[in-house]
Design a protein around this ligand. Structure first.
Ligand SMILES: *Cc1c(COP(=O)(O)O)cnc(C)c1O
Length: 474
């Protein structure tokens, strides 16, 4: 499957292999990579997935996207290995909340949030491709909490990757810090910076801007816009739809949304032939997407903190992939629209484009009080404890779903024990930490604190990144 950039205005656009799109992440023209066409799963192909394990479904759903990047048996082994460490047999289990309302639990991976479902594939895939090319990379990222630990878990012990994650000293939660500082792997370096999250991000940008440093260490970003992450997220939509009766019976999904990656993956599943009748975007008070779908204007506001911090975002990077499709895949138009968005804070969208987006997605904004009320009511009615992000999805599903005959699946994107304050504020007690989290609290931490100075951070990275000869060959 060839990949093209959403901002390539040439006719025809440049076509990259999966492998090149994977390693590049972001296109040089600032666009995002998308497949040139959607692979199709017809009714017979969907039927053939019934009763299969999550890893089997995953290998089959992703295969057309990666084509022959890896031999089929090596690919199937990689996928099986990626999900082996998940702590639920079903990997992404469904729980029934009401007559036709379901919860899909996406928190059974190593860091207890849904980003593991994609990053656990991305890490070994990246490693396999780099090893074959004889390349090594130094992954550098800044985190305000959750993405850093998911990236660390994905990259730990990989021979072609060293990973350095900067986080603001004393400004992340205890659990978030421990998820990074208790990892005992020679290629993992979590670094506390004496500064804020913005300082950490500025240091990362400065390292990328330092040409000789960037080249010497072959820097790579932990970015949330890599196509491979979308591809891996398509899998659980297919698995849930098949479990609930696809291809005969359509389903709906309600997705707590920040960067638009997760709900966009559901849209990709629909384009591939999964009968998805309704797609609902749930947002918190940072509701730029809900305002766009309901009012037709996408204008940036200030990011405000909420009970669901992983959705405290104003610019949803992956929205550009949908826009590209709605703009008839006109790369020049997309480039111009997103340039204007950056300059003016408003994304140009014609009434026709807006109507098309509304036909594909419904959206609803859920404030903190409604989030708490949803956690409380769901606990009373079902005994299930929702995390604040999952609660936004459940509330949005209840508010705007159209057809109760279509089973609706709300996504629980994090384990409630990751957000003890929010859960306690709703029900009066925190969720019991699963064994993995409880064990984390007992492991020793390795904490490195560095000043907020580029030279000190670069020196640390240079000294700690492994040279090729230090990497054990298997
Ligand atoms: C990342 C994240 C989200 C938002 O997902 P997007 O793909 O960015 O829309 C929602 N909930 C949790 C728990 C997350 O970690």
């Amino acid at each position: 499957m060839p990949y093209i950039s959403t901002r390539d205005g040439r006719a025809p656009p440049a076509r990259l292999s999966f492998e090149d799109a994977l390693v590049a992440g972001l296109a040089a023209d600032g666009g995002l990579y998308v497949p040139e066409a959607w692979p199709r799963f017809d009714a017979a192909a969907l039927k053939a997935l019934a009763g299969k394990s999550y890893a089997e479904i995953a290998a089959a759903v992703m295969e057309p996207f990666i084509e022959n990047t890896l031999a089929r048996d090596a690919w199937q082994r990689l996928v099986a290995e990626a999900y082996r460490g998940f702590t639920h047999e079903a990997v992404a289990p469904l729980k029934q909340l009401g007559a036709s309302l379901w919860l899909m639990e996406l928190f059974h991976g190593p860091t207890l949030a849904f980003k593991d479902y994609a990053l656990q594939i991305l890490g070994p895939l990246f490693d396999a491709v780099l090893a074959r090319r004889g390349e090594r990379v130094t992954v550098i990222g800044a985190t305000s909490g959750d993405t850093g630990s998911a990236a660390i878990e994905a990259c730990r012990d990989r021979s072609s990757i060293d990973i350095f994650i900067l986080y603001p000293h004393r400004r992340v939660s205890d659990v978030q810090r421990r998820q990074m500082t208790t990892v005992d792997s020679a290629n993992v370096h979590a670094v506390a910076i004496e500064g804020t999250f913005d300082d950490c991000q500025d240091l990362v940008k400065a390292m990328f801007a330092d040409g000789p440093f960037r080249a010497r260490l072959n820097l790579s970003a932990v970015n949330s816009i890599n196509w491979a992450r979308i591809m891996a997220q398509v899998v659980y939509y297919v698995a849930a739809a098949v479990a609930l009766g696809a291809p005969e019976r359509p389903v709906g999904f309600a997705v707590p949304t920040g960067n638009f990656g997760n709900v966009y993956a559901a849209h990709v599943a629909r384009r591939m032939g999964v009968p998805i009748a309704e797609l609902i975007i749930g947002t918190n008070r940072n509701d730029i997407l809900a305002r766009f779908i309901n009012q037709g204007r996408m204008t940036i506001g200030a990011v405000e903190p909420s009970l669901s911090p992983s959705m405290d975002i104003q610019v949803s990077s992956n929205f550009e992939r949908l826009y590209f499709e709605l703009a008839a895949r006109d790369g020049a138009a997309v480039a111009a629209a997103f340039r204007a968005f950056r300059e003016t804070g408003a994304l140009p969208a014609s009434p026709a484009l807006w109507q098309e987006a509304r036909a594909l997605f419904a959206a609803h904004r859920v404030d903190d009080d409604e989030t708490r009320a949803t956690i409380r009511e769901t606990w009373r009615a079902t005994g299930e404890l929702l995390d604040p992000h999952g609660a936004v999805a459940v509330a949005a599903a209840r508010a705007v779903r159209r057809d109760p005959q279509v089973p609706m699946v709300a996504l629980a994107c994090a384990h409630p024990a990751k957000f003890p304050e929010a859960v306690t504020s709703a029900v009066g007690f925190p969720a019991t930490p699963p064994p993995r989290l409880a064990a984390l609290l007992r492991r020793p931490e390795r904490i490195t604190v560095l000043p907020n100075e580029l030279a000190a951070v670069e020196r640390f990275v240079r000294e700690r990144a492994r040279r090729p000869q230090e990497v054990a060959t298997p």
